[in-house]
Ligand binder design. Structure first.
Ligand code: F3S
Length: 282
């Protein structure tokens, strides 16, 4: 029996960079905080907490802090958070993903040039909240094509359209087409990151060949859930696990290929553990 990992899986570039930053900072012996959980994975957050890293859950909590170093996670934060850190004299260690940072710069510039910014994405997602917080002028978040149908630019303003990095590419284009049909004067910047798509594409390719698929990721991670759904479409024997403890496999002898993929917040260590377990036990 063969065990094979999906070509792209686990931490994306931005998340890996942010997590590495936390481990590097721990070595300095400073009091380390992360603004929000550094990744959407309970295991990682628990391990970091064991190493003394504290999580700041809100702006209000940050305002009560008197000292320490605060790490900004890959999703980024609104500009206001940097101001608070500066005013309070707290050290800011910025691990915002450079691809997200680019969006901040685009919307900031667009606002000062008199554009109305449209962000295609989920308004409640921290990355989108962060982008909104860099808009110096008007801003609207649209989540679905139906929202785009109803949307009318305020006072006929020019639009600058960007997307949440993990937004669906086809849906984004569909929304842009709606704007074109309506004849809106818009500058469109496709800011979707291909890390998500690459993961989904390679998960599907592997699941199509595999007899059994194991998807590893946090219970609340939406990208892991999406990977699970994709794998299920291709392979009926797909299992969603958070840690090795959740894996209760009984493989029939006929199984030739076990595929493994993992959400964007799943650390390598966990992927390796699962892979070794399957190799040794079956
Ligand atoms: Fe950055 Fe793309 Fe990951 S924007 S945080 S590398 S999904």
């Amino acid at each position: 029996m063969e065990t094979r990992l999906a070509e792209c899986l686990g931490f994306c570039f931005g998340v890996r960079r942010a997590v590495d930053t936390v481990y590097e900072q721990i070595k300095t012996g400073k009091t380390i905080y992360t603004y929000g959980a550094i990744v959407n994975n309970e295991e990682v957050v628990r391990e970091l907490s064991g190493l003394g890293v504290k999580v700041i859950e809100s702006k209000e909590e940050l305002e009560k802090l008197d000292r320490g170093s605060v790490i900004i996670r890959a999703h980024g934060v609104p500009e206001e958070i940097y101001r608070i850190l500066e005013e309070k004299g707290l050290e800011c260690i910025d691990a915002t993903c450079p691809f997200v940072k680019r969006i901040h710069k685009i919307v900031q510039q667009a606002g000062s040039d008199g554009n109305h910014v449209v962000i295609i994405g989920n308004a409640g997602h921290p990355e989108v909240e962060g982008i909104v917080g860099w808009c110096s002028g008007g801003v609207t978040v649209l989540e679905e094509p139906e929202d785009a149908e109803k949307f009318v630019p305020p006072h006929g303003e020019k639009l600058c359209v960007v997307s949440q990095t993990t937004y669906n590419y086809n849906k984004f284009h569909y929304i842009v087409e709606i704007f074109e049909k309506k004849g809106y004067n818009s500058t469109v910047v496709n800011t979707i990151c291909n890390a998500t798509e690459e993961r989904q594409r390679s998960a599907r390719a592997l699941a199509a060949e595999a007899d059994v698929m194991i998807v590893i990721g946090g219970r609340h991670s939406s990208n892991t859930r999406k990977l699970y759904d994709i794998c299920r479409e291709e392979c009926a024997e797909t299992y969603f696990i958070q840690t090795l403890d959740d894996l209760h496999l009984e493989l029939p002898k006929a199984v030739r290929l076990v595929g493994i993929t993992a959400g964007a917040s799943t650390p390598n260590k966990l992927i390796e553990e699962v892979q070794n377990y399957v190799r040794i036990n079956f």
